[in-house]
Design a protein around this ligand. Structure first.
Ligand code: SAH
Length: 263
């Protein structure tokens, strides 16, 4: 218990990252915190297997969004967290990936601190890192990408096209969270910015889960690839030469496995 808890006699809220989906990508610290939780508030992108590590009979409260409608507004979540901290010793707010990346953790953290409640952020593996390891490509590579950009296709009041205006993709790995529904705008902004229509792009659905699907193309083809394959959320976009690296490695792996099977 830290000083704030001792003084106020309130519980502590842990803002915990659940990783991108594969339960094995949960950090040890997150696992330990979940195991001692008295109540857990969780989002859509948290896999049921991860929820399964919690003690039986504790309260599990769903606060995600379904069918694109927020079942719980952020203010309501903040209020629920404060109430829970008055009632329980260990409160967990569980979010997909890393709570610090497009996870609205700042709003919750500042609300709790302002209410005199002790809270701690527990890092998770963000989808970008999860997908890179799952597919077998690095996010940076001295020959392909010396910079990484984490962008969101969505902002508080709708589609985010600002981040893509004048964006030069050369030498960068660009990861777009929440970009599936904004794909048309993203592609057109990148083309207007002067990027080649051959710029490599991949879309990955359900990264790190056994339902993972990956499709690669370029700025010209990606919209029809997404449509034809009915790619659904959650999906992440990876843009840049690192996608070419991934494809080359896949070809090499296939070549080796066909040699081996023909022996
Ligand atoms: N905090 C999270 C991101 C939350 S924003 C993180 O660090 O990963 C939600 C977006 O993350 C989704 O719209 C999608 O773009 C991406 N995402 C989360 N889990 C994913 C998964 N398993 N596969 C593909 N994309 C995922």
């Amino acid at each position: 218990m830290d000083t704030l808890n001792k003084r106020t006699n309130k519980g502590k809220v842990y803002l915990v990252g659940a990783g991108p989906g594969d339960p094995d990508l949960l950090t040890v610290k997150a696992l330990k915190t979940l195991r001692k939780a008295d109540i857990v508030f969780y989002d859509d992108l948290v896999s049921p297997r991860i929820l399964g590590v919690c003690r039986k009979k504790i309260q599990m409260v769903y606060v995600g969004k379904r069918l694109g409608i927020h079942s719980c507004l952020q203010d309501e979540i903040n209020t629920k967290l404060i109430q829970a901290a008055n009632e329980y010793k260990t409160v967990v707010r569980l979010k997909g990936g890393d709570p610090s990346i497009f996870g609205r953790v700042g709003e919750e953290y500042s609300t709790l601190i302002s209410a005199g409640i002790s809270c701690e952020i527990i890092a998770g593996i963000t989808t970008a890192s999860g997908v890179a390891s799952s597919l077998g490509f690095p996010l940076t590579h001295r020959d392909y990408a010396r910079e990484i950009l984490f962008l969101s296709g969505h902002k508080k009041d709708g589609v985010n096209s600002d981040s893509f205006k004048n964006l030069n993709c050369v030498g960068k790995t660009i990861i777009v969270y929440m970009g599936l529904n904004s794909i048309d705008l993203i592609v057109s902004e990148l083309l207007v910015a002067g990027n080649s229509s051959e710029t490599h792009i991949a879309v990955i659905q359900n990264a790190t889960l056994n339902t993972e699907r990956v499709f690669t193309g370029n700025l010209d083809s990606i919209q029809s690839i997404i449509l034809e394959n009915q790619v659904k959320s959650p999906a992440i976009l990876v843009i840049g030469e690192i996608v070419r690296f991934y494809r080359e490695m896949e070809i090499l792996k296939n070549d080796y496995s066909s040699i081996l099977t023909s022996l």
